[in-house]
Design a protein around this ligand. Sequence first.
Ligand SMILES: O=c1[nH]c(=O)c2[nH]c(=O)[nH]c2[nH]1
Length: 308
Amino acid sequence: MASSAYVSAARYGKDNVRVLKTDRDAATGVHTVTEMTVSCLLEGDIDVSYTKGDNSVVVATDSIKNTIFITAKQNPVNPPELFAAILGAHFIDTYSHIHAANVKVITHRWTRMTIRGKPHPHSFLRDGQETRNVEARVSRKDGIAITSGIEGLTVLKSTGSAFHGFVRDEFTTLPETWDRILSTDVDASWKWKPFANVQAVREAVSKFNPAWEEAREITLTRFAEDESASVQNTMYKMCEQILAAVPDTELVIYSLPNKHFFELDLSWHKGIKNTGKDAEVYVPQSNPNGLIKCEVARGSPPTRGSHL
Ligand SMILES: O=c1[nH]c(=O)c2[nH]c(=O)[nH]c2[nH]1
């Protein structure tokens, strides 16, 4: 069928590749484990595979999956930023018609058990759904762009959060509050200044784990200690502080659901007081939830695109 249409963008690859790598220290007998879910999508001169059914340009997604396992065997997987860069670079170095690789590495928690008061050499527990995420775009033209992040870190504070002074009009029913429960699933990320190549990522390798630790610590400390005026204001303070603490970043991005807990009037039962300062029993809401996003950059505001 003749058509006046063209491929304006395309990428393909393997998603949800699950990998576990063990590291066994022969001298001490101490093992560490890293479990990852990897996605790797390629871009390049691949249009004919879509338009003509010409598979000569297709590196099979099955081969991409195999490459992920081989790369994990032959290279460190920690920090995930370096692993993602090495994996992505492989594709543009190996296939001249592939011009960019988009790699996402989700690292799941396997925290060492403490048994009889001591760190156990080879047993681990999943202490929460929180993941450490890395997205690397490795491109022939633009080098390596890396964004690191935390997702699924669920937190709650039972006081130290207010929300008042918002628009009141004929659509408003929400009362102002000076003391509420605040809870969210943290999705935070920080975008690094661009890297020229894998060598530049290797030279920065000592920065990635401390940056993740700082971002996590700042998130938790700010959340706990802020006398929150709103989710918006608390998250902005987190962004500012991460930019200050991790100099090689150019942008910090947060996306926070506001997981509501409704007060419950129980006065129908013997006049029980359970609202305002007497509130003890609340009703957690699954939906709808607020969703508050922001992106904070260094310096003063030019006109710029959004990464949200
Ligand atoms: O921190 C908040 N920000 C909002 O924008 C908002 N809107 C709302 O109903 N509750 C809240 N809380």
